[in-house]
Design a protein around this ligand. Structure first.
Ligand code: C5P
Length: 421
């Protein structure tokens, strides 16, 4: 697995910081919010009552440290922790001014370059893709309608208990945009090879997922085994035609990289059908009993990546195997009901899939298999349609016991919604 460098640039309020933090969590990378470095210098100036110009001379004596601790970025200047002062409106004004000084930029260039050399980082700022890391593996440029950005900023300020009005925030943003884009040294602009994302009408998770997809394509290179590719090219079209199988939402699935698929479970047919719907090589957890009854069947499911799972404590080794596979960038199908539903009604979800997703930090796709109980005859004569719907992914953002419970409920809720529509 390659460790890459991701550069995210864009206007203030376009969502860079939140998106950078969530992506870094999912990829287990260090998020470097470079604006904090500039703000750190701004806060230092304010704390020591300096005139902004004085920093040009003094900067060479500064030691600035960026630490990412307990999900919070911290800034120390000459050993002083200035983290709590970074979003002070006066510090913000000073910062915007001193960010224009070439002395400040070249000092921070070296600090930022150290992160680039380390790899496994996501850096967000104004000039990452153009100046700091023109060699980044993936570059993103984000923007959004200024009115929406002002609303987002206002919400942030209010959450922090700051009393500001919309007009002031909008004016400040306009000024900042102008300064960032028009300054002589490293102005804010899209690198030629950056992907442009307009975040105006997108949720955070939608943007995170868009970038995650691109990142996975750079990080994971493994290809599907030949037998899977043959199955897709030869067996799948026959099955699709014969049974009149309908698949919805395949475009939601990542082309590369790890994910967990969580379908409802009614028959033995479910794993191959879901595999066909996903159209990538899949691994699936299958009860150990299936491996002992019929040797030919056992051989077949092993050939197509079944991982035997024992009941109770014995399940741990199957989950460990699934974890390894996900770390290699593979797709794992887990039926969260734990057993086939005899009636077709959804059984309560067990936590295995959710807790694995939260532990390994991978997307989960809820899936609904419809009319699978009806059997081949009804499908062939088209009395009932065999339908598989793949939902948009759910992205985990924590791994506490409570969060896993909540995440599991979300997956279950999504499958229920698919069943109801
Ligand atoms: O991103 P944030 O709002 O924290 O950045 C604070 C200020 O630092 C920006 O307005 C910009 O002037 C400056 N900055 C910069 N180059 C960067 C990051 C931030 O000039 N890479």
């Amino acid at each position: 697995m390659r460790k890459i460098v991701i550069a995210i640039d864009g206007t203030a309020g376009s969502g860079k910081t939140t998106i950078c933090l969530k992506l870094a969590y999912l990829l287990n990378y260090t998020p470097v919010l470079t604006g904090k470095l500039y703000r750190g210098i701004g806060a230092y100036i304010k704390r020591h009552n300096l005139k902004p110009e004085e920093i040009k001379e003094k900067i060479k004596d500064l030691k600035i440290e960026y630490k990412f601790e307990k999900n919070v970025p911290k800034i120390f200047v000459n050993g002083e922790d200035l983290t709590s002062e970074l979003s002070d409106p006066e510090v913000e004004k000073i910062t915007s001014k001193i960010a224009e000084f070439k002395e400040v930029r070249s000092f921070l260039y070296n600090v930022q370059r150290e992160f680039v050399e380390r790899k496994g980082v996501i850096m967000e700022g104004r000039d990452i893709g153009t100046v700091i890391a023109p060699d980044a593996d993936l570059k993103i440029y984000m923007d959004a309608d200024i009115k929406i950005r002002a609303e987002r900023r206002l919400k942030d300020f209010k959450e922090k208990g700051k009393n500001v009005n919309y007009e002031t925030v909008l004016k400040e943003l306009e000024k900042r945009d102008k300064r960032d884009k028009e300054r002589v040294n490293a102005p804010l602009k899209k690198a030629k090879d950056a992907y442009f994302i307009d975040t105006t009408n997108k949720t955070i998770d939608e943007v995170v997922y868009e970038i995650l997809k691109l990142a996975y394509e750079k990080i994971y290179t493994s290809k599907d085994k030949l037998r899977w590719r043959i199955a897709y090219v030869i067996v799948y079209p026959i099955i699709k035609w014969l049974f009149g199988m309908k698949i919805k939402g395949r475009e939601n699935i990542l082309k590369r990289g790890p994910c967990i698929i969580t379908p409802n479970h009614v028959t033995f047919w479910d794993p191959p059908f879901v595999g066909f719907a996903v159209k990538r090589e899949c691994y699936f957890l299958a009860k150990i009993d299936l491996f002992v009854t019929n040797p030919l069947f056992a051989w077949l499911i092993r050939t197509f990546n079944a991982i035997p799972i024992r009941r109770g404590a014995g399940a741990i080794s199957a989950y460990e195997r699934a974890e390894e596979l996900l770390k290699e960038g593979k797709v794992v199908i887990i039926f969260p009901e734990g057993t086939r539903s005899k009636t077709g009604k959804l059984l309560p979800f067990k936590k295995g899939a959710a807790s694995l997703a939260c532990k390994v930090r991978v997307p989960v796709y809820p899936v609904y298999i419809e009319n699978v109980k009806e059997g081949p005859l009804k499908w062939i004569i088209r009395k009932k349609r065999l339908r598989i719907t793949i939902d948009k992914p759910l992205l985990p953002s924590d791994n506490t016991k409570e969060y896993v419970e909540e995440f599991n409920k979300k997956i279950e809720e999504r499958v229920k919604n698919l069943m109801a529509t």
